[in-house]
Write a protein that binds this ligand. Sequence first.
Ligand SMILES: Cc1cc2nc3c(=O)[nH]c(=O)nc-3n(C[C@H](O)[C@H](O)[C@H](O)COP(=O)(O)O)c2cc1C
Length: 160
Amino acid sequence: MAQAFATAAKEHNDVEVIAISEYTINPCKGCNSCVKQENHKCFQHDDMEVIYSKLSTADILVIASPVYFYGISAQLKALVDRLHNPIRNNFTIKKLGLILVGSDVLTELFDAILVQYELIKKYFSLDDIGKVLVRCAKDKGDVYNTNGVKEAIELGKKLQ
Ligand SMILES: Cc1cc2nc3c(=O)[nH]c(=O)nc-3n(C[C@H](O)[C@H](O)[C@H](O)COP(=O)(O)O)c2cc1C
């Protein structure tokens, strides 16, 4: 779905897909050294440095995650927590989108993530470009039995 969204959005935008599993992003240790230091460098010196620079030039951020125990993946949560760094004040992002997939049929499946999404959107004063929320997709390929890919393409095409 992320790839389908990106391909559709590429028609009118410069798009980069960042697979965070390919980056080493350690959890925030809560030491606040990034807050105290003038250059706001995190002492961990991991791949988050690359992510910060990407987020400092992007206009739109679309987050894609599987549902893990009614939340986002731990890998993505680690990245979100690292936005504690005051470098976030240099971000150029104006709009946010969301793509989620889970295996359950539960009505409330995305509720916890949607609350966090709304709060983060408000915190950074961002506009919502839309969401693709897909249930009943457990195994590889299951998503093709849903409207997910179609909706992801529509979301991408909307970005003109
Ligand atoms: C650790 C873990 C926790 C999960 N928790 C949930 C859950 O709470 N609700 C749900 O509907 N699916 C849950 N799933 C299923 C995944 O969301 C689902 O298989 C999804 O399609 C995985 O997407 P991916 O193949 O893109 O990683 C969980 C899967 C794993 C591995």
